[in-house]
Design a protein around this ligand. Sequence first.
Ligand code: HEM
Length: 535
Amino acid sequence: AEKDPAGTTPLAGALAPEQGLQSGEFLTTAEGLRIGDTDHSLKAGPRGPSLLEDFHLREKITHFDHERIPERVVHARGAAAHGVFKAYGSAASVTKARFLAEEGKETPVFVRFSTVLGSRGSADTVRDVRGFAVKFYTDEGNVDLVGNNMPVFFIQDGIKFPDIIHAGKPHPDREIPQAQSAHDTFWDFVSLHTEATHHVMWAMSDRGIPRSYRTMEGFGVHTFRLVDADGGTHLVKFHWKPVAGVHSLVWEEAQLAAGTDPDFHRRDLADGIDAGAFFEYELGVQVFPDSDEETFEGIDLLDPTKIVPEELAPVQPLGLLTLNRNPDNYFAETEQVAFHTGHLVPGIEITNDPLMQARMFSYLDTQLTRLGGPNFAQLPINRPHAPVNDNLRDGMHQAVVHRGIAPYLPNSLAGTEGPRPEGGYVQVPRLVEGPKVRANPVSFDDHFSQATMFYASMSGIEKVHLIEAFTFELGKVYEQPIRERMLTVLAEVDTDLCAQVAAGLGLPAPQGTPATDVRPSPALSQITGVPGPIA
Ligand code: HEM
């Protein structure tokens, strides 16, 4: 960096040890002035009004007034831990990403678990999807695997994310219910929007109420493209397998915990780590041949509402994640961490999954607001553990004193020592072409087969729990037509499931042809000749 005329100072990962310890002998202002009395404001006499000139009062109150930042628009409630990822080396045959490919290589990580819909102060054990976001501080730059505890998603195209979230969040008028799917807007949307069915089945299953973050699986959901050292490519799906096994609460336990200890999961995470009972997960991949079709055994790998059964493609272990250290400060670390699906290193690429494509835009965009401008990569928790030598400059909360006069390329002032945009991350040059349309592949129209497969894979007691969950949640819906429409969706999944939920709700099981919302866009109709939208 010394010879870099652009003047970038490389940022190293950790907090400077002397910062934030609050260990000094004297209380000071933010400017370092010693303060003798922080309990009394400066007044015109002991009974008089406070004086505007009291800079200590004003600084103390002003800073307090601005302590809060916006909570995340989704996944607001979270808990996190530091740890280490150790690679087995088995990934070398499919990726050149060093943190995965080099046997025994250890990479620091920060992991944030979350619920999706509740606010920051909501309860841990509500029925919801859980986030499982992992930041790897690799020596090639940060990699974020921003996953969930369920392998599929409610929507196939990110353009519908605002719709599913608006439907799932508390009602706009009363802001209730908080973080539960027991409400009209959620069921209104998913009963009209049947591509959500598979994910709804997962959410209503025992997976929706995990016992502990220690016993929760994680999934990258989307298909990724891995690139090996010779340029060969494979398609993969990432899985986190908890070493302690997968366990859920039963509904009554979840209800009790939400009342008696709303911090049930975060307490368990922090206490477990404090006690030395570290949380462990094995990272693995399902590997599929790369092909123009991007399918495997007839399953469309670009459709995030579909899984590939492990019987068809076993999960191959790549390394072990151990969470072994609690954050020192919730705000500085858990709240300010910024994950982004676009944080990648050579050897890992995204695919054209239309849900993934929208995420590539959304994370950075939302963090510009949430973290107050473009420099949040400089926050200690977000700093890469690789040298940073960018030409990004200035902006709100700039913390780096850049030196030099040439933060641009090309320049003639850097000599041979300056930064060169060479090598590094280069996308595999795949051909992209097609008509400009708002349309999905026809395979995306299958909304039910995997929901049916998921139900068939369950044990008897798991089916009972699922039926009880549907009955409870739909029982909270005010609008009868929404309940009835959801029953027609369940009839598509399994007639017995539908009949049992209908009985629980005191409604007749739907007769005749079940409803369907296969609603191809007009553009798709023109291309394929399939019927247009249902009027
Ligand atoms: C946050 C996962 C789809 C937008 C998160 C977080 C996770 C996550 C785990 C929490 C990150 C944290 O702990 O800080 C997923 C998964 C998805 C998905 C697995 C689908 C498979 C989407 C889509 C969008 C989106 C389609 C938008 C088009 C966001 C936003 C945040 C977020 C805006 C808040 C980020 C922040 O403020 O830091 N997501 N998400 N997500 N996600 Fe997603």
